[in-house]
Structure formats: structure tokens, C-alpha cells
Design a protein around this ligand. Sequence first.
Ligand code: GDP
Ligand code: MG
Length: 188
Amino acid sequence: SFKGLTSSSQEKRAERQKSLEPSFKLVMIGDSGVGKSCLLEKLLDLSSTNAFISTIGVDVRTHVINVNGHAFKLQVWDTGGQQRYRPVLSSCYRNVHGIIMVFDVTNVKSFANLPQWIKEVKEFAPNQGVVPKLLIGNKSDLADRREVKQEIAEAFAKEHSMSYIETSAIATTNIREAFMALLQSNND
Ligand code: GDP
Ligand code: MG
């Protein structure tokens, strides 16, 4: 019957939805231009599957990452840049397993804005106290343009219960290490 068909297609949809559910949800935040999308692109490389959904104010990328032979379904919410809305923000931070905050070591303003991002996390991520948080200082390849000292960033991260790592999306330095650190701290 028509009704039968409907419920079966609903079941199929539910099944598909379930298979799309991430086993690990990361949210990536930080000022526009710090290199979030580049970092993500380098992490994913060509071997990973990559679904891409664009919504208002946030891009969601789902892909499978291989860690020591185990496949992780990773969902990364890449935020920032566009205008941001409360409903988007709350779904962005819901059930999050890890928070990555990125600034640009050659742009002191992106570092000075971190307290704003921390404020947002505290407001929207109810579990933020127990979720692993990682601070990334990106663009470490631009040594002669550095505006934020490593020690300063490290101290800031420590003060806010975050790990700290410096990366370069261009030179491909520490990218995998950064994501691995977060995946592993979640399994502790
Ligand atoms: P997003 O707005 O945070 O997603 O930033 P994007 O990933 O779009 O990067 C912004 C700009 O910074 C682009 O022009 C990138 O090429 C550049 N960029 C990103 N990461 C690095 C890096 O590690 N080193 C250098 N030199 N440039 C970078
Ligand atoms: Mg981006």
C-alpha cells in the first residue's frame, strides 16, 4: 500500500540518517582568515570521503579518517566569517566531542579575539567543561611575520584548559598531529 511504502521509505531515511551520524564531532572556530578551511583540506587529503553541506553561517564536512587502522567518522563544523545565528550556533555546539580554536600567529588581532570565542563556547556548549579543547596557532611558516609569541599562546591555552599546538597549513606542519591529539584525548 501507499502507506506501507511511505513507512518503508521513512525507515530507509532513518537508516541513512543513522549511518551519517558522526562518531566524533569536532567544531572548528576562530576568526575569518586564520586558516581553518586550509587546515581541514590538508587533513582530509584525497583519500577521504567528503560530504559537504553549506548552511547559514557554518560549513559541515563529514569524512572518514583512519587512525591506526580504525575508521573514525569525523564531522567537522567549520564556522566563522559569515553572519552567525543563535539556532545555528546551538546546533553547532550540540553533542560536540572536541573544540578546535584557531588563531593566526602573524595576526595578533586573531589572538586578542580568542576570549570572544571562549565566551561563545561557554554559552553554547553545555558540556564544554569536559570536552577536550585544542588551541591552534596557525601559519607557523611565516616566522618573520610572527606577532604572537609561542610562550604567550601556551600560557593563554593553559589558563583556559586547552592544549596548544602550532601548525602550518601551507608547509603541512603538525596538522595530523593536532587532530590526532584531540581524538586521543577524547579516548582517555
Ligand atoms: P578561514 O577563513 O579560517 O577558513 O581561512 P582560510 O583557510 O580560508 O585561509 C585564509 C588565508 O590564509 C588563505 O589565503 C590561505 O592560503 C592562508 N593560509 C592558511 N593557512 C596558512 C598557513 O599555514 N600559512 C600561510 N602562509 N598561509 C596560510
Ligand atoms: Mg573557512
